[in-house]
Design a protein around this ligand. Structure first.
Ligand code: ZN
Length: 136
């Protein structure tokens, strides 16, 4: 951990105890998201890195097929949401490892601790996030 500290590029290095706390929160969230994804998806056979929603099988009747398609569509949407969130969490953990955690990816300024506490995977400060949302 000391080695990581040396590489930190933050002008005012963030409180290491706080980063450790956020890292624990991120790892917990990662486990939760992976467990949730495992419930209705299977890992991509080829890459092993991405998840694919399982296609449910209820029966051969028309109404069974309709339910299968509807549930599969729901699973796909949920899979995308969870996978996107997991991706954010993994990227945040990478930033922890690199010593750049807690810095806004747009302006390079430290992100508010209160924001990180509410959403540990945040990659941008409130100001940049708001500016970007307004442009949409
Ligand atoms: Zn910013």
């Amino acid at each position: 951990m000391i080695g990581d500290l040396g590489r930190a590029i933050l002008p005012s290095a963030m409180d290491q105890a706080f980063i450790k706390e956020m890292k624990q929160a991120l790892e917990k969230e990662k486990g939760r998201l992976e467990a949730e994804l495992k419930g209705f998806t299977h890992r991509d056979k080829h890459t092993g890195a991405t998840f694919n929603a399982d296609f449910p099988s209820y029966g051969e009747k028309d109404e069974d097929n309709a339910t299968e398609v509807a549930d599969f569509t729901d699973n796909l949407a949920l899979e995308r949401t969870l996978e996107g969130k997991l991706d954010d969490v993994l990227k945040a953990l990478e930033r922890v490892a690199k010593g750049t955690y807690g810095t806004c990816k747009y302006c390079g300024k430290p992100i508010d601790e209160s924001r990180l506490r509410a959403r540990p995977e945040s990659a941008s400060c409130v100001k940049c996030k708001t500016e970007r949302l307004q442009r949409l």
